[in-house]
Design a protein around this ligand. Structure first.
Ligand code: NAP
Ligand code: ZN
Ligand code: ZN
Length: 348
């Protein structure tokens, strides 16, 4: 077994604190990664505080992982030691069902195996995430990372990046399309970068007036305060796509109203309470709501290669492991610019 240091939550009410546990020995297809950076996703906070139900403790969160390969199993073909590699939100799936065969493992018929807060498929032990010094993962769920990019900025691509890239691609966003992004946090800021890179005219919808300058720096062409009813009225029926990356409780109606004929509301935000949907707003303009969960293994590598080609990384605030509880409190105040990333050297 491989001993690792980590930070874990012991219950929904307890802060994250130092924790030690062991990773499994490498199986044939496994890669051992020394973790350099670990991004902090709002899903970590939702699960640590059991906001979605069914959380398992002790829980080591973290599913935006970047590091160096330090050992490979005898059957590994994709990696050699010394290479830079990443792990995201999934570490396994059934590999046999229709979505798995299409490399859309996030929609595995048996349910994908999450990087933490679930059981590993074969050992049935609780999987633990990236707020730790090392991780063992089957090579199918390990990605190549270009060394030309800033590694702290790459970590958030493994969740915030793929979760916004995938639905924008699915919606076929192309030059000239009008795209709005709701919620300027980790996911939202990546959505702006991707939509701009895809050639769209991008509008940021935010509840924070202080974020206008940053939204424009990220590439957004327009900024609208979502609490400003007059401003929101002026952009009704304007957009081809609205991407909802909002973490807090909200209804879909204010965003649905903004969609033009056949417009799509792409939902990735996962608040605690269920949003209300008014069917009259849906039938108007033949609007549709599309949910999207991260992205599959092939699409994740495609997204990472796209980022390397276009020089796209997340805007990050690098923190120490010891700062994590404060970081969570700031995330709840919408005070993240625009992703906290833990420097795992601070845990060693
Ligand atoms: P984050 O960094 O905390 O950003 C969320 C942003 O949403 C905030 O900065 C704020 O932006 C806005 N917001 C928060 N509460 C709001 C409310 N009540 N009404 C309107 N806007 C509000 O969170 P994140 O890490 O980007 O994650 C966003 C959501 O996506 C979370 O629910 C997360 O669990 C989910 N998620 C889903 C997937 C998936 O596969 N579908 C993957 C990862 C994460 P402004 O200040 O601009 O208003
Ligand atoms: Zn995430
Ligand atoms: Zn499957």
């Amino acid at each position: 077994m491989i001993p690792v240091k980590a930070y874990a939550a012991e219950s929904a009410a307890s802060p994250l604190a130092p924790f030690k546990f062991e990773r499994r020995e490498l199986k044939e297809q496994d890669v051992l990664i020394e973790i350099l950076f670990s991004g902090v996703c709002h899903s970590d906070l939702h699960q640590v505080r059991d906001e979605w139900g069914g959380s398992m403790y002790p829980m080591v969160p973290g599913h935006e992982i970047v590091g160096k390969v330090i050992k490979v199993g005898s059957g590994v073909t994709k990696f050699t030691t010394g290479q830079t590699a990443g792990v995201g939100v999934m570490i396994d799936s059934c590999r046999e069902c229709k979505p798995c065969k299409k490399h859309m493992e996030q929609y595995c018929a048996e349910g994908m195996t999450g990087t933490y807060n679930g059981f590993e498929r074969d050992t049935k032990t609780v999987a633990q995430g990236g707020y730790s010094t090392q991780i063992v993962c089957d090579e199918r769920w390990v990605y190549h990372i270009s060394d030309s990019l800033d590694l702290a900025g790459v970590a958030p691509l493994l969740c915030a990046g793929i979760t916004t890239y995938s639905p924008l691609k699915y919606a076929n966003v192309k030059p000239g399309d009008k795209v709005a992004v709701a919620g300027l946090g980790g996911l939202g800021h990546m959505a702006v970068k991707f939509a701009v890179a895809m050639g769209a005219e991008v509008t940021m919808l935010s509840t924070s007036p202080s974020k206008e300058h940053d939204a424009r720096k990220l590439g957004a062409h327009h900024f609208v305060l979502s609490s400003d009813e007059d401003a929101m009225k002026k952009i009704e029926s304007y957009f081809d796509v609205v991407l909802d990356a909002v973490s807090g409780n909200h209804d879909y109606e204010i965003y649905l109203k903004l969609l033009d004929v056949s417009g799509k509301l792409l939902v990735v935000g996962l608040p605690k309470d269920e949003p209300k949907v008014n069917p009259f707003e849906l039938i108007k303009n033949r609007r549709c709501i599309i949910g999207s969960m991260i992205g599959g293994t092939e699409e994740t590598q495609e997204m990472l290669d796209f980022c390397a080609e276009k020089n796209i990384v997340a805007d990050v605030e690098v923190i120490s492991m010891q700062y994590i509880n404060e970081a969570y409190e700031r995330m709840l105040k919408n005070d993240v610019k625009y992703r906290f990333v833990i420097d795992m050297a601070t845990l060693k």
